[in-house]
Design a protein around this ligand. Sequence first.
Ligand code: TA6
Length: 311
Amino acid sequence: MPSPNYSSVQLLQRGELPLLHIENAYASALIALQGAQLLTYTPLGSASLLWLSEHAEFRRGQSMRGGIPVCWPWFGDVARNADAVRQMLHAGVITGEKKAPAHGFVRTADWQIYSIAEADNDEATEVVLRYSTTNPTLSLWPHAADLQLTISVGRKLRLRLVTLNRDTKPLVLSQAFHTYLAISDINRVDARGLDDCRYIDTLDEWREHRQQGDLRFTAETDRIYCDTRPQLQLRDEGWQRTIHLRATNSTSAVVWNPWIEKSRRLSQFAPDAWQRMVCIETANVLDDHLMLAPGAAHSLELELWSEPLSP
Ligand code: TA6
């Protein structure tokens, strides 16, 4: 792997994993090459926008809890994905002979550095990572596709995940940026921009509901919002900031907080960590899954930034 010789990028190792550390005039970030997983994003003079578990383990073959894991080519439990998404898996998975990992297989795969660029005016550092479906993942999902994740670190954070169908038949898949946001206190935040959206409550036997107003967190929350608007916000009274998420080519989003009981069952997760994080995961899941013709490409994009609360 080329050792990057850029002033704002350093290659380092943590535990078993190679990481890229980015530091420029506007922000710093940490990216694990495994899973192309962004772990931290900290604008200059601000607290990190992303939450990373203090118990995160940097081990091969295991996603770290936090940052922005990439879920692809299915979301969560594969059995809960659209039929057309599930039918893309190897027959052994459908019959139960083979186990399919939650959230697909690319978040624990080795991605390659394709390019690193520093904007002339030091506005942003852009890292492009690539992954191509090859063995052993073909044994789970026997299709040819290339993934390219572009991560731009500057005043704002920008992610662009391009899927190219390199196969001779259509691809059907679900995907998500599983974004863990850092917050002051779960009792002092609310999610906005979801008003009047229908959502599936995975904790209420996947029944459909409709969001009334802003979403405050008072218990375990695990909801899949449909027909979402491009702009979502997480308002944080405690840290006097609003985190903005702008999604492109995505009209579904998952909102998750494990609360007390589930936190006790989660790996890499302190018992009280539920008070300091919320996931808002912009996605293409359920009816919003992708159908890509041979040779076609799709770009899932996310822009993330924070602003002080308006007085
Ligand atoms: O964020 C939605 C979700 O599917 C939750 O149900 C929970 O399982 C979470 O993802 C974490 O998944 P992970 O496999 O990373 O532990």
